[in-house]
Design a protein around this ligand. Structure first.
Ligand code: 1GP
Length: 260
């Protein structure tokens, strides 16, 4: 059953006359709560439509503090989604949890194992979950997702195979599909894979990994991404002008305010 945050997202995608939405990923592994709060504020001020919190390695016990800091920085202007790398990255302070399975891979730990460890806790917290199919696409280098999960990315030229994985995810009931080149990927997800996936499935398509500037963000948006995600470029530059340019490239020229 779809929750409030997911329904708001669908409404925003349907009614918003932007080309796509921009989500900014904040990694609690590399920044302390004060930094996360400032980063969230800056991202929202410069055009982020939602914030993601998560990382591949995070193992500390202060995840709640990180999420609270992001919520504080966002000031309720945009939703905060958990984008966990493992079952420990769960917090009741987020608006929703992207409950994702790595369906490009064949590692049971990331298909059902981590989920089993998280499920009871998530239920007790009353946290909204959004089921998401997560596909890792080859991006020219071994990314953290690949090495941590021990899975093989789908070759980037296998456009139909990518779209068919996404379709299988939708048929399994997944409410979002994320095509991921991996954080810091040399190349973003190919436009052809985005276009065919968008044509093939009905649920929103999220694109991330290796997007470093307005040009690649615009290309993903034009190819059919409902949502474009940036992480590294935001973390490494903290350059408001660049983030505004990326937001403009993703939104097109007619962005409306997006409700949280
Ligand atoms: C990673 O897709 C996101 O999960 C963001 O990737 O850090 O390369 O922007 P980048």
């Amino acid at each position: 059953m779809a929750g409030t945050t997911y329904n708001n997202l669908i409404t925003n995608l349907e009614n918003n006359n932007s080309d796509s939405l921009l989500w900014v990923l904040l990694d609690p592994d590399t920044e302390n709560p004060d930094q996360l709060c400032a980063a969230a504020e800056m991202a929202v001020e410069n055009g982020a439509d939602a914030l993601l919190v998560g990382g591949s390695y995070y193992e500390r016990d202060d995840f709640d503090d990180s999420v609270l800091a992001v919520k504080e920085g966002s000031a309720g202007a945009v939703p905060v989604f958990l984008f966990p790398g493992n079952h420990r990255q769960v917090s009741k302070y987020a608006d929703a949890l992207l409950f994702h399975a790595l369906i490009s891979g064949r590692n049971p730990q990331y298909l059902i194992g981590e989920h089993l460890l998280a499920a009871g806790h998530v239920r007790r917290l009353g946290l909204e979950t959004i089921s998401m199919g997560y596909l890792l696409i080859e991006s020219g280098r071994v990314t953290s997702v690949q090495s941590v999960t021990g899975t093989t990315p789908i070759p980037r030229e296998k456009t139909e195979l990518i779209a068919t994985h996404a379709l299988a995810g939708q048929y399994l009931g997944m409410q979002l599909i994320y095509l991921e080149a991996g954080s810091g990927g040399l190349w973003p997800v190919p436009d052809e894979a985005i276009s065919l996936t968008k044509e093939t499935i009905d649920v929103p398509v999220i694109i991330g990994g290796g997007i470093r500037g307005p040009e690649s963000a615009h290309a993903a948006s034009k190819a059919g991404a409902d949502v474009v995600v940036v992480g590294n470029v935001f973390e490494q530059t903290r350059e408001p002008v660049l983030i505004r340019e990326i937001a403009a490239a993703v939104h097109g020229s007619t962005k409306k305010t997006v409700a949280p």
